[in-house]
Design a protein around this ligand. Structure first.
Ligand code: LLP
Length: 418
């Protein structure tokens, strides 16, 4: 993680000391490196530069802070959204709705109208009935809606079952066997413009083979569609490329691109197809850390608990997926004796842990950092146990600025009445 360094044994993010950030903003605190975000975005652009018409559509759900979206929009990124709330964020941050694709299984007529009014780039359609609904809404607005069908290619993404989305059992997309009939139906609807084909098979994939398998499934369909006279403008391979949290060895973006490029170049040569990608985690995860302070130490005969001021309310991934995320000290002391600690929050749930059996040397008041927390961190945070959601800070080239204020007590009951 090039933006994370120890200088004089103190953790720095983009050259800014973690201790200084705690002194200024308090903890728990999310810190994102703008440099890392942009480097990760540009890695996609350059890895696929052999292809024309590539649109990276950053998956907003990974980290939807306005400053994150704004930095990516300025760099030229498009967006993948799954709600009108995410669309509103994209627009508020200065993003381009025409470079935005709208995925999601439960779009309502109102959602579709909002997206059409905003000039959405493309609907990634997840059910045959959605085609009719989009057509009806577009007809009422006297517009044509651009659509791609999200295909469920039935490939095993070999990831955690909760974040696997491209198998028969999953609720996502249109079954491969039903795809051709769905396209033929779409081609009869006057207010639809068929522009693409899409899939997203899961998240935190470490191997490239499932992506290649999924692309092959799409190519079969693209060829069949071409024979039927249904032509497309782009293929969308979704997101899903994983990151290293602790000891995973995910394919790099370059390896991912190299595995797919020959087939994509062939599609471009034969049909003029462009490419859409929807990476979320790969752009945001390693750009962020969650800083947390040790409040209480509870060594017991059986286990040692380090109780910190972050919890499953701020970072749900360990509790929800048993995901293992690295926890590092803000101040290195290589001579200090270490012990195995369960790093836990103070929420009233036994699943409230950030890490188990971590070898650390900790004292009350110490500052720790959970790395890889830039994706699905704050965006999955809740107010459970009436905890105030934390502040967020962006660093850039040695500078830092707050991009979201810590919630106040009043924020907790906004909209409620006695
Ligand atoms: N496109 C679609 C249609 C998606 O559903 C997702 C993520 C993405 C793109 C971005 O996937 P990524 O590149 O980030 O893997 N909360 C879970 C991850 C859930 C992902 C859901 N869909 C976690 O923290 O691991």
């Amino acid at each position: 993680l090039p933006h994370l360094t120890y200088q004089d044994d103190v953790l720095h993010i983009d050259g800014v000391s973690a201790q200084e950030l705690r002194a200024q903003y308090g903890t728990p605190l999310y810190v994102y490196s703008q440099n890392a975000l942009l480097d990760n975005y540009h890695a996609y652009v350059s890895a696929f530069s052999a292809l024309k018409d590539v649109q990276v559509c950053y998956a907003v759900k990974a980290n939807s802070n306005l400053a994150v979206l704004s930095a990516l929009a300025k760099a030229g990124s498009g967006f993948d959204i799954v709600s009108v709330g995410e669309l509103a964020r994209v627009i508020k941050a200065g993003g381009d709705a025409t470079k935005t694709v709208y995925s999601g299984v439960g779009k309502t007529a109102q959602d579709i109208k909002t997206a059409l009014d905003a000039g959405i780039g493309c609907f990634n359609v997840e059910a045959v009935s959605e085609l009719d609904l989009i057509n009806d809404v577009a007809a009422a607005l006297n517009k044509k809606a651009r659509i791609a069908l999200r295909i469920n290619p039935d490939v095993d993404a070999k990831t955690h079952p909760y974040i696997s989305t491209g198998m028969k059992d999953n609720k996502f997309g249109i079954a491969h066997d039903e795809a051709i009939a769905a396209y033929q139906h779409a081609s009869t609807l006057a207010h639809l413009e068929i522009v693409g084909i899409d899939c997203h098979i899961g998240s935190q994939l470490t191997e490239v083979q499932p992506f290649v398998d999924a692309l092959n499934k799409l190519i079969e369909l693209i060829d069949t569609l071409a024979n039927l006279g249904i032509t497309l403008k782009h293929v969308d391979l979704g997101g899903g490329l994983g990151v290293r949290y602790i000891d995973e060895n995910p394919a790099s973006v370059r390896e991912f691109a190299d595995a797919l490029l020959p087939k994509l170049q062939d599609l471009q040569a034969r049909y003029g197809l462009g490419l859409h990608l929807e990476p979320g985690r790969n752009i945001a995860a390693n750009a962020g850390v969650l800083l947390t302070s040790v409040d209480v130490l509870k060594p017991t005969a059986h286990k040692n608990f380090a109780i910190v001021d972050a919890s499953m309310s701020e970072l749900l991934r360990p509790a929800l997926y048993e995901s293992v995320m690295a926890i590092v000290p803000a101040k290195l002391d290589n001579n200090a004796p270490t012990k195995a600690w369960d790093v836990v929050g103070s929420v009233c749930e036994s699943s409230d842990f950030l890490g188990k059996e971590r070898l650390l040397s900790v004292a009350v008041g110490d500052l720790l950092a959970v790395t890889g927390a830039g994706a699905y961190g704050f965006s999955m945070a809740s107010n459970y146990n009436s905890r105030q959601r934390p502040a967020e800070v962006m660093t850039a080239n040695g500078t830092h600025r707050q991009i979201r204020a810590r919630e106040t007590l009043e924020d907790l009951w906004r909209g409620e009445s006695v």
